[in-house]
Structure formats: C-alpha cells, structure tokens
Design a protein around this ligand. Structure first.
Ligand SMILES: Nc1ncnc2c1ncn2[C@@H]1O[C@H](COP(=O)(O)OP(=O)(O)OP(=O)(O)O)[C@@H](O)[C@H]1O
Ligand code: SF4
Ligand SMILES: [Mg+2]
Length: 374
C-alpha cells in the first residue's frame, strides 16, 4: 500500500482547503490491503481493516450466536493532523459505530487503530485512559448527552475530574475560559441544561469535549438536531476552534451538504464499507462511485438555474441488511450501473489518482462521466 496515496499526496498544511485536480487516467496505484499504519508523520489516526460485528444470540438458557450485524466491515483510512474528515452515508451504514470503535467505546472485532503512530487497538487500563484524554466525542443530541441534574460548571469540568487535572479552583477557571471560548457567558456555569436553547446546549457539549484538551474529536452529527438557522453558527464555531486549538475532526453526517463546508476530505460509507474517499472538492466535482453520485444528486444547488436542471438519481429498493450483505459489490442490488462482474467480484478500494479512492470496478468511467447514471 502506498501511504502517500492513502493519505492524499499533496501535503496540504493543516486547515488549508485547496482545490485539487485529479488525473483520472492514471493507473491504480494503491489498494488498502495491509494492516500497517501510515508512515507519514502528518497522520494522526490510521484505521486499517476495522471491523465491528455485533453478535446476534438466540436461546433462552444457553445463548448461542446465530449471526452478526456487520455494522463496520473492514474499513481503512487516515486522518491527518489538523484536518476534518467528513464521514457520510445513509442511516445505519455504520458511521457512529466507526466513531465509537475508534474512541474505544466498544472493542473492534477485527483490524487495527493507530493513534500518533502507536497501535491502540487492544489497550486497556491506564494506557486507555491516557489515550481517551486525547480523543473525545461531540454527540448529536445536546438534550440527551448532558446530565440534566448537573450544573454547566460540573458538566464541563467532569472530564478534568475523571483525568485528575488541576485543582478545583483551576478547573473552575478553565471552565470559565471554555464557556467564553464557545461563545457563552461565564455566568452560565451556575445554570442547568434545561435553561438553554439547543444551540447553546451544543456549545456546552463542545466546551465539555474540549475540557481535557484533546487533539482528536469525533463529532457525530453535531448539528443534525439543531434548527437550520443555528447549524451554520455551530459549524463555524467548530471551524474556529479547530484552527485556534489545532484540533483534528472526524465529522459524521447523513448527507453531503452538511460536511461540504467544513471537510478537507470526505469518506462515503455504504453498508459497513467506505466506498469512496477523496479531497472535498474532488468528491463534489468528480465523484468516482455510483453511490456518491446518487447521494450528491439529492443535494440542492444554490444557483437556481443549475438547480432547475438537477436530476435526482433515485436508487431502487432499500439498503440491504448488514446481517447478510450482498456478495461481491455490496451496492450491486441498487446500482444502476451494475454488471455481471459486480455480482461476482468485490471491487478493491483503490486509488484512481491523487489519493482519490473508490471501490467500484468502473471508478474511472464513473468519474469521467463516460458511464452516466441519468
Ligand atoms: N450495539 C449494537 N448492537 C447491535 N447492532 C448495532 C449496535 N449498534 C449499532 N448496531 C447496528 O449497526 C448498524 C450501524 O449502526 P450505526 O449506528 O453505526 O449507523 P449510523 O450510520 O450511525 O446510522 P444513523 O445515521 O442512523 O446514526 C445498524 O444496522 C445498527 O442497527
Ligand atoms: S462495482 Fe458495479 S455494482 Fe458496484 S458500484 Fe461499481 S458499477 Fe455499481
Ligand atoms: Mg449514527
């Protein structure tokens, strides 16, 4: 596997949003097929062939496993220091499970997770606690994720207490600073979550996530539960915090419109697999997987003339069950471009040029428009 390509080869600085171009005709140069971490010092997190299968048990007294939900079924990607990797896909495709498994909220069934070059897959105890300080999560629902019985001061300070950071006075002062940093008044520390609006609560959730000074944050649909008018404010705040604190984000969302603004690169998931991964602008202008094309066709275009001409690609049928995913290409049961080979051979997740990965036998032709879906 060429790490250069896995990680995108243009060597952008953290936070810098470039307009890359790709050479579609280039030969496939890399396939993510081994378990080694990225050798690139700019990479913070490497995920290799990660699997999370939830067992399905049957039997009243003697429970035996009769199957498994293959929520995440062998995915590989890198996240570079200071970047935002957007992770998108329909409900149930495995986005949250990916984030939770990386953060060790559940143990992976297979594969490897590397953080700062170290294998953290099976760590426990103090080692796990140390890593947890560096990685945290912002949740979708700011109503459910904050303990209603605690004051904002105690909610935000909790990670510092868990990690034994500072004295009570130092923690108090740090919470005051954090509240200001996320755009809330320092006086709000004495209040309870129910006294706030959704947007304010999410700011409290962000302050809490920042309390132990992490470097990597999984933001699991952080704006999906908020009013559209508030969503942009929270996304802007997250961007501002990222550049101030040099944070790295895995930003999970249902649809491609939400991650467009904030992401440096975007990964698209379908039924437990990443089917495409590329620089943000490449994904939106030259998608190389039919599923990405279908997702993109659902995103409204701000220009009224272009919007009028937008042709929606409606996929046939429902997403198959992750208990028994289709063989070979998982998308073949719904793909308008499916051929015999798609039902027989699983496409490799390969680099078609410049760090643009796609798991489609016809990736180059999809990207060039030679194979049209409308
Ligand atoms: N603890 C669990 N036990 C069994 N199955 C699970 C568990 N957690 C998730 N799943 C299943 O794994 C699959 C992936 O779920 P996940 O929550 O990761 O999807 P998602 O992409 O985050 O969806 P959404 O957009 O709805 O949040 C789903 O089929 C889900 O039902
Ligand atoms: S491999 Fe075949 S079925 Fe799968 S996405 Fe490509 S064209 Fe569609
Ligand atoms: Mg989810």
């Amino acid at each position: 596997m060429s790490e250069n390509n896995l990680n995108g080869s243009r060597g952008r600085k953290p936070g810098e949003k470039s307009k890359p171009s790709i050479d579609i005709n280039r030969q496939a140069t890399a396939v993510m097929d081994d378990l080694a971490p990225s050798a690139d010092p700019n990479v913070l997190l490497s995920v290799r062939n990660l699997q999370q299968h939830f067992p399905i048990n049957q039997g009243i007294i003697f429970q035996r496993q009769v199957g498994a939900v293959r929520a995440v079924d062998g995915i590989s990607f890198d996240v570079r220091k200071g970047e935002t990797l957007g992770l998108v896909g329909e409900s149930g495709c495995g986005k949250s499970t990916t984030g939770r498994t990386i953060l060790h909220l559940s143990r992976p069934t297979g594969g490897k997770i590397y953080f700062e070059g170290k294998d953290i897959t099976g760590i426990r105890g103090q080692e796990l606690k140390r890593v947890r300080r560096n990685m945290t999560m912002i949740f979708q629902d700011p109503y459910a994720s904050l303990n209603p019985r605690l004051t904002v001061q105690n909610i935000v300070a909790e990670p510092m207490v868990i990690h034994g950071m500072g004295t009570a006075k130092e923690r108090y002062e740090k919470v005051q600073e954090l509240l200001e940093l996320v755009g809330l008044s320092r006086h709000y520390g004495t209040r309870y979550p129910h006294e706030f609006s959704g947007g304010q609560r999410q700011r409290v959730g962000i302050a809490r996530a920042l309390a132990a000074s992490p470097s990597f944050i999984v933001a699991d649909e952080p704006v999906s539960a908020l009013d559209v008018s508030i969503q942009a404010q929270v996304v802007n705040l997250m961007e501002d915090l990222q550049s101030r604190l040099n944070l790295t984000y895995l930003f999970v969302a249902h649809d491609l419109s939400v991650v467009r603004h904030i992401s440096d690169r975007v990964a698209v998931m379908y039924l437990g697999k990443i089917v495409e991964l590329a620089d943000r602008d490449v994904i939106y202008t030259t998608p190389a997987h039919p599923y990405t094309r279908a997702l993109l066709s659902a995103v409204p275009i701000p220009d009224p003339r272009a919007e009028k001409q937008r042709k929606r690609i409606i996929l046939a049928g429902d997403v198959p069950s992750p208990i028994n995913p289709p063989p070979a290409c998982r998308f073949h049961t719904r793909c308008p471009l499916a051929q015999q080979i798609c039902r027989e051979e699983a496409p490799e997740f390969r680099d078609i040029g410049g760090g643009h990965f796609s798991a489609c036998h016809f990736a180059e032709d999809v990207a060039s428009g030679k194979l049209s879906m409308v």
